[in-house]
Design a protein around this ligand. Structure first.
Ligand code: PGA
Length: 257
């Protein structure tokens, strides 16, 4: 019964960071993460201009790096966009797609998020596909309908082999940056639902990492990560402080023991 999937903890820096403070943060994260024993994968998704810095400071460490968005197009006249292949030139592993801030502020549609996930996979990146409901949707008991549709729009664009290579992050919009995390029970229920939906598409659904995101902190990480279908976290605010981020990584390690 008990599956020991590896845990995965990924920092989402959002639009934070400057060269000097990044150097300290990346160095501390690299050295702290090396002290974690096997079973926990660690990543950071940085703003594009700092991808080269992340590569320079993380290469050879156990920490992988990536970006927070990626173009749905391979190349061409798309001013301001960044292609997946460009990020590969800097050793990127991950691309977050469909973060709720991009859906809300940049009007990204479910179809566009699916196209971005497919493009990332075709290029060899691992997309971290974000899904999540608003407070209003939760109160209307529409959570499964909303996140089910968000996931379906992505799965529709992928073949089974590609679907097995994604990471899904459940991030309730009402929990992001609010300090108010979902309870472990609320999150587990949604993760079980996501796992079931994935299983309709792909035989390897049990292997797909499902992350929880939204006000994860050292104090609540262990309980969240201890749930059967929660394989780690996507960490915003707390990923900007090495001590907190590493404590969250350590919590992932603790639940594996
Ligand atoms: P938070 O953000 O940890 O600051 O709530 C999570 C996210 O938006 O990925």
């Amino acid at each position: 019964m008990s599956r020991q999937r590896a845990k995965l903890v990924v920092g989402n820096w959002k639009m934070h960071g400057r060269m000097q403070e990044n150097a300290v943060l990346l160095t501390e994260v690299a050295s702290g993460a090396s002290a974690l024993r096997n079973g926990v994968d660690v990543g950071v998704c940085v703003p594009y201009p700092y991808l080269a810095q992340a590569q320079a400071l993380l290469e050879g460490s156990v920490v992988r790096w990536g970006v927070q968005d990626v173009s749905a197009h391979a190349q061409g006249a798309f001013t301001g966009e960044v292609a997946a292949e460009m990020t590969l030139d800097f050793g990127a592993t991950y691309a977050i797609v469909g973060h709720s801030e991009r859906r809300a502020y940049h009007h990204e549609t479910p179809e566009l998020v699916g196209a971005k996930a497919r493009r990332a996979l075709e290029a060899g990146l691992t997309p971290i596909v974000c899904v999540g409901e608003t407070l209003d949707e939760r109160e209307r008991e529409a959570t499964e309908q909303v996140i089910g549709a968000q996931l379906d729009a992505v799965l529709l664009m992928l073949n089974e082999e590609q679907a097995a290579r994604i990471v899904v992050a459940y991030e309730p919009v009402w929990a992001i940056g609010t300090g108010k995390s979902a309870t472990a029970d609320q999150a587990q229920r949604v993760h079980a639902f996501l796992r079931k939906k994935l299983a309709e598409k792909c035989a390897a659904a049990a292997e797909v990492p499902l992350l929880y995101g939204g006000s994860v902190k050292p104090e609540n990480a262990q309980e969240l990560f201890g749930q059967q279908d929660i394989d780690g976290g996507l960490i915003g605010g707390a990923s900007l402080k090495s001590k907190d981020f590493l404590a969250i990584c350590q919590a992932a390690r603790t639940v594996l023991q």
